[in-house]
Write a protein of this length. Structure first.
Length: 473
């Protein structure tokens, strides 16, 4: 009898010891059986004491374990997909082989005995592929070498975080604008959701970055060096790329709709199928650009490897024999540009800076305008301009301001002067044969040996004093 009593007492002591040690095998807590291989999906185990629990191979997907005590618990190969581990104590917890996809963490204390492959505990977070790091506070954190493939970093505080050789393939970032310091070459960022991200302190570290298929909507890429980067299929709609270096970048099929590319460098970039509709290209550097873009903002054109349009940066450009028919070069910088043999018929200009090294025969640069046969000078301000000997045959000067302009010996055959202001214009020996002068205006014109629109001569057509008034004017 005494032996039986002793045996019962020993058993009770063992049970109490096991409970005090936190061994919770086969117990049920909040409707969840605590045992290996258990299925406990979307349960609430928040702040429960699961220290020492045997939960190997358990299915705990979507379960709330926030604030739980998991000290010494065995969660090897457990399915914790989408589980909430925020604030959980994980001292000596075994997570080897566990599924952590979408796991929420933060404020986790203690050092785990093991973690799934590619996961690390950093700054109180369980960081690795597929982790749910929404609004995580990772300011200034060193994430060197971390695999964040497929992780959700939307709204995460990554100000000045170091992402050296980080894998952000298919990761989601944004929509809150954050400052990220990428400091590694050849970043694996393909497919990454970088919505509203601001990339700074990049230096040459983004050169060669793999951003193919990345979502860069509303991102701030200003000043970033993306030399030789792969942006094929990337979506950068509404992004800022002011002064961004895209030299040698591949942008095949990329979406750059409504992007501010002011002063960006696209030299030698492949823009085949890229959509730049609505984008700002003022000051864009180019040359050696390949491929045919799907869309460019009117009136921009891709010609001879250059991006040609208002405000274009064409310093030193080789546009020899280029077909620039109808191009708009207003405000462009043509310093040192070679336009020998180029077709400038219908070219719009004004505000051009720099002197080209060569222009086609019959063309000249006057007061920021390209003056030549067939030029589009509609509305041009050529007041006081010296257009002596200018070849303006077939030019469009409708609405132009030609007050006090010197048109001595200028050829205006077939020119459109409708609505032009010619007050004080100097027209000795000018040829106005066939010119359209409908609704012209002006007083004090100087005539002398001028060929009038009706082919008469101002000096012999019977006008007094000699003029072309009544002879096409």
């Amino acid at each position: 009898m005494g032996r039986v009593r002793f045996g019962v007492m020993a058993l009770l002591v063992a049970v109490i010891a096991a409970l005090s040690a936190g061994v919770l095998s086969a117990q049920t807590i909040s409707g969840c059986k605590i045992a290996n291989h258990t299925k406990c999906v979307h349960k609430n185990l928040s702040h429960k004491n699961l220290s020492g629990a045997h939960l190997a191979y358990a299915n705990l997907s979507g379960t709330n374990l926030s604030g739980a005590n998991l000290t010494g618990a065995d969660l090897r190969h457990a399915n914790l997909s989408g589980a909430n581990l925020h604030g959980a104590i994980i001292t000596k917890t075994k997570f080897l082989g566990a599924k952590f996809g979408g796991v929420v963490s933060g404020a986790n204390s203690g050092a785990p005995a093991s973690l799934p492959a590619h996961f690390k505990k950093i700054a109180g977070y369980l960081i690795g592929p597929g982790a749910n790091l929404v609004r995580a506070s990772l300011t200034g954190v060193n994430l060197t070498g971390i695999d964040l493939h497929g992780a959700n970093l939307r709204g995460a505080y990554l100000n000045q975080a170091t992402l050296y050789r980080v894998n952000l393939k298919n990761a989601k970032m944004g929509p809150v604008s954050r400052t990220v310091a990428f400091t590694a070459p050849s970043l694996p960022l393909f497919g990454t959701q970088l919505v509203s991200i601001r990339l700074v302190s990049c230096g040459r570290s983004c050169a060669g970055a793999s951003l193919n298929g990345a979502n860069l909507t509303d991102a701030d890429l200003s000043g970033v060096d993306l030399t030789s980067a792969n942006l094929d299929g990337a979506n950068a709609a509404n992004a800022l790329a002011i002064g961004t270096n895209f030299t040698n970048a591949s942008m095949v099929g990329a979406n750059f709709i409504d992007v501010d590319l002011t002063n960006a460098n696209l030299a030698n970039a492949n823009i085949d199928g890229a959509n730049f509709y609505g984008s700002t290209l003022n000051g864009v550097q180019s040359g050696g650009v390949t491929g045919s873009p799907l869309n460019l903002p009117p009136p921009w054109l891709a010609i001879g490897g250059y991006m040609v349009g208002p405000g274009a940066y064409l310093i030193g450009a080789d546009l020899t024999r280029a077909n620039l028919t109808g191009a708009n070069l207003s405000g462009a910088n043509l310093s040192g540009a070679n336009l020998t043999g180029a077709n400038l018929s219908g070219v719009t200009s004004g505000g051009i800076s720099g002197a080209p090294s060569a222009l086609p025969t019959g063309w000249e640069l006057v007061n920021g305008y390209l003056i030549g046969p067939g030029a589009n000078l509609s509305g041009a301000n050529l007041s006081g301009a010296n257009l002596t000997n200018a070849d303006l045959t077939g030019a469009n000067l409708s609405g132009a301001n030609l007050t006090n302009a010197n048109l001595t010996n200028a050829d205006l055959t077939g020119a459109n002067l409708s609505g032009a202001n010619l007050s004080g214009a100097y027209l000795p020996s000018a040829n106005l044969t066939g010119a359209n002068t409908f609704l012209w205006s002006g007083t004090g014109l100087i005539w002398s040996n001028t060929l009038c629109p009706d082919r008469t001569n101002s000096d012999t057509n019977g006008t007094s004093p000699p003029s072309c008034i009544g002879h096409g004017f």
